[in-house]
Design a protein around this ligand. Structure first.
Ligand code: AMP
Ligand code: ZN
Length: 469
């Protein structure tokens, strides 16, 4: 498997630190509002990378943080007259709902910055002790970028240019910095802000330190993959590298993966620019599976432009996959038992080549665009090779293959478990009518169809009741 490493600007063979295991850290959202669909892109693409690695047999330890202390959270809390934690807890819950809708698996751990302050203070102290950080008069602690010789290795930027640019961006209070590129590890509290005790002043951490600390705590000093959107390369990830490597004297992450932006009218979608749709907005119009499909239809390193037309196209494409599986299920309910015929065995072998095609695409830096094309080739093959004459074994093999490949992408191809309430009610009514007409064969058949979809019927005096298994 090859992955593109921002550090080397090349595709590299993926070799994990520990055989059969992958440690992966993905920078998560700042929770002060509903997430927008740009924030959903890293969630979806790196969840898919995780699913693929798990499919290949790796045990993936996946950590993704919630930044729950930040200027924007505090501002919103002050506006509403509540504690900052009320805002962050509210939007963590909302974010988790969106993730569930997008079928993004929960991380192994979702640490929160406010619960890791002790670890941050400890790492900052280590950096001071080792001469990589200094305390300004007002108690602010800065990381000294000049003390870390590899500073700039991830973003491949010209540091002198950056320095002169940064000099003009200094804001009040920052004149105590020894270098314009130095960044804050700890800052003094301001009126009305949450704060913690520390050896330097009552205050709160800078943004970057949380990821270095949480990553080390939950995954160890060295990790395999660190990921996030490309806007995080500089300064966030560059600063994480400086902190972690200066504190631990070890290379931090082996592979740095970054997704390109989700754009709208060719501009980055962002809260600050106001050109965004929340995941919740989209969920009012579409099943979020459509949004997931749309995101995966492009390679994660290619910019992706959001539009209503592309969402419609994604909806239709996804329906081709679910429709094919629905048809296979329909045929399966009626198919004769028995093993595959010789001809079907040949066809099944041919069908497996699409899985190989899928794997090849995913092995090439998680090329989901080509992987989805392989699923479509398989769907086309299934549509032309499955019929009323097919055996149960053959139909099952085709269905399972499609469902498995879709599942690696986090797409639910087999929606039979998700029979809508209205469909269940309609089938129950049909069963009642069949019984009244003494068509017991049909009544039993409907009971079986419902049972296969996890619907349990109970005949009571008040009529038929049902529940999901
Ligand atoms: P934030 O809450 O802004 O820190 O963003 C959380 C994650 O979403 C980070 O990995 C960002 O890089 C990513 N992100 C934000 N906006 C976009 C966008 N328009 N397209 C792709 N990724 C984005
Ligand atoms: Zn981070």
């Amino acid at each position: 498997m090859k992955v593109y490493n921002t550090l080397s600007k090349r595709k590299e063979e993926f070799v994990p630190l520990k055989d059969g295991e992958v440690s992966m850290y993905v920078c998560g959202p700042t929770v002060y509002n509903l997430i927008h669909i740009g924030n959903a892109r890293p969630m979806i693409v790196f969840d898919t990378a995780r699913r693929y690695m798990e499919h290949k047999g790796y045990r993936v330890n996946y950590v993704s943080n919630f930044t729950d202390v930040d200027d924007k959270i505090i501002k919103k809390a002050n506006e509403e007259g509540v504690d900052a934690s009320v805002i962050s807890e509210r939007y963590i819950e909302e974010c988790k709902k969106d993730m569930k809708g997008l079928n993004v698996k929960p991380a192994t751990v979702h640490p929160k910055a406010t619960e890791e302050i002790g670890g941050m203070i400890e790492m900052i102290q280590t950096l001071i002790d080792k001469g990589h950080a200094y305390v300004a008069e007002d108690g602010t602690v800065y990381f000294s970028t000049r003390s870390f010789k590899d500073y700039g290795k991830l973003s491949h930027k010209n540091l002198d240019d950056l320095r002169s640019g940064a000099r003009s961006l200094l804001v009040s209070g920052e004149d105590q910095k020894q270098d314009p590129l130095d960044f804050v590890l700890w800052k003094p509290k301001k009126e009305g802000e949450p704060y913690w005790e520390s050896p330097w002043c009552q205050g709160r951490p800078g943004w970057h330190i949380e990821c270095s600390v949480m990553s080390r705590k939950y995954l160890g000093e060295q990790i395999d993959i660190h990921a996030g959107g490309e806007d995080l390369i500089f300064p966030h990830h560059e600063n994480e590298i400086a902190q972690s490597e200066a504190a631990n004297d070890k290379e931090f992450a082996k592979y740095w993966l970054h997704n390109a932006f989700l754009n709208i009218d060719n501009h980055k979608m962002s809260k600050s620019a106001g050109n965004f749709f929340t995941v919740r907005d989209i969920s009012e119009k579409y099943d979020l599976q459509v949004l997931r499909f749309f995101m995966l239809s492009a390679h994660y390193r290619s910019p992706l432009n959001f539009s209503a037309e592309l969402m419609e196209a994604a909806k239709n494409s996804l329906e081709r996959i679910t429709g094919c599986v629905g048809n296979l299920n329909f045929l399966l309910e009626r198919a004769a038992d028995g093993g595959m015929t010789e001809e079907e065995q040949e066809d099944a072998k041919q069908a497996e080549t699409y899985t190989a095609q899928f794997d090849e695409a995913m092995d090439d830096d998680f090329n989901t665009a080509d992987a989805i094309a392989a699923i479509f080739d398989l769907v086309k093959f299934a549509n032309t090779h499955a019929s009323e004459r097919s055996t149960r074994a053959f139909l099952t093999a085709l269905r399972d293959e499609i469902v498995t490949l879709a599942d690696i992408c986090g797409l639910i191809a087999d929606r039979k478990e998700e029979l809508l309430d209205a469909d269940v009610e309609a089938l129950i009514q049909e069963r009642q009518d069949a019984r009244k007409a003494k068509n017991f064969a049909r009544a039993d058949e409907i009971r079986d169809i419902l049972a296969a979809r996890g619907i349990i019927l109970e005949d009571t005096r008040e009529g038929v009741k049902w529940k999901r298994a």
